[in-house]
Design a protein around this ligand. Structure first.
Ligand code: FES
Ligand code: FE2
Length: 356
């Protein structure tokens, strides 16, 4: 294990929980980016993620703070704060303190998960969290064709000494598939698109013995929204979608979450929870990801790396792309003031070749 030289404060969306973990009325403590935070869900279902300390006299809202309708009430003197972090009530005064505000992080709830936007410079979000169905050109109803992933098809590793970029590099690292994932041949990339803050990487891959690059008939599409959030969709194999998410906890460690959607098999269209078939398939996919985690969590970042001739283009493009998310990184020309610059391409360009 070795501390990464890469900044642990990249800009982007980062998963801090699964939706199911933050029920209505819940106030949940968490630490990300070296900061104490609380996530809470209002009576109407809206999730907010605050800096943990009350702006009045500094009580920690995660110890006794509670939800009152659409507000979070501090346990110390009963001041209430709305989802924007604005003070809306001082119980013993006629008026709230309009000027005072608790930092409320931008939140998106998508793909059964809660994401916060982190930007060291305080810029507003300029790209999206991809919807794991519509980002691949599917209708929003597609979720029904999959077993519900939470809680049976998720896994969380806490406090690992790794960096979000290691996980992204996995996508351009074709050689590791042979060794870590035991694929019958070396996958081949069909798309590398590192133009904007959302990148697209597609490849041909198979897991069955005897398959070759020529007769594989299967592959994976992936969309990477910054360094913290990726979604993948398989084609030509067990219908699955995955969502790896890596969130910095502090200067040394990250939490890694992985969510798997498995396509329902015929006859199980209406099963309410996970079935033995779905569980078996989900476990196989999780096992593959866990094999990567084992490597990443003990890896030392190699810079410059000793790349083979074939590896050079992919890694170089990925690492150059990653720089734009670091606080002191080179701006690759993405104008954060232009919200369109990070829009997800709704119909994944390669989706027409799917067999689904
Ligand atoms: S410290 Fe929160 S209300 Fe006083
Ligand atoms: Fe991998």
């Amino acid at each position: 294990m070795a501390k990464t030289p890469l900044s642990m404060e990249p800009t982007g969306w980062f998963q801090v929980a699964w939706s199911a973990e933050i029920e209505v009325g819940a106030v949940v403590r968490m630490t990300y980016f070296g900061q104490e935070m609380v996530a809470w869900r209002s009576a109407s279902g809206r999730v907010s993620v605050f800096d943990a300390y009350c702006e009045h006299l500094g009580a920690h809202l995660g110890y006794g703070g509670h939800v009152e309708g659409e507000n979070l009430e501090c346990p110390f003197h009963g001041w209430q704060w709305n989802s924007e972090g604005r003070n809306v009530c001082i119980p013993y005064e006629a008026r709230p303190n309009k000027g005072r505000r608790i930092r409320s992080h931008p939140v998106v709830e998508r793909n059964e998960s809660i994401w916060i936007w982190y930007d060291k410079h305080g810029r507003a979000p300029y790209f999206e969290v991809p919807d794991i169905f519509t980002a691949f050109g599917d209708d929003a109803d597609a979720a029904r064709r999959y077993y519900p992933p939470v809680p049976a098809a998720i896994r969380c590793w806490r406090g690992l000494e790794l960096h979000p970029q290691y996980v992204l590099e996995n996508g351009v690292d074709f050689a590791h598939f042979l060794f870590v994932h035991k694929t019958p041949f070396m996958p081949e990339f069909t798309r590398h698109d590192f133009d904007g803050p959302v990148s697209y990487v597609d490849f041909t891959i198979a897991f069955e013995e005897g398959k070759t690059l020529e007769n594989a008939g299967s592959g994976v599409y992936s969309i990477n929204a910054g360094l913290g959030c990726s979604v993948t969709r398989s084609w030509g194999m067990i219908e699955n979608r995955t969502m790896p998410a890596v969130t910095p906890v502090d200067e040394h460690t990250c939490d890694v979450r992985f969510t798997v959607w498995i396509g329902r098999k015929p006859g199980e269209e209406n099963a309410t929870g996970m079935t033995p078939y779905g569980q078996t398939m989900a476990d196989l996919v999780i096992e593959q990801f866990a094999a990567d985690v084992e490597i990443w969590s003990h890896q030392r970042y190699s810079d410059p790396p000793a790349l083979s001739r074939k590896e050079f283009a992919g890694f170089t493009a990925l690492r150059r792309w990653a720089e734009q998310f670091y606080p002191d990184g080179e701006d690759l020309g993405t104008d954060p003031r232009m919200p369109h610059s990070g829009a997800i391409v709704p119909l994944h360009p390669s989706a027409h070749v799917t067999s689904a």
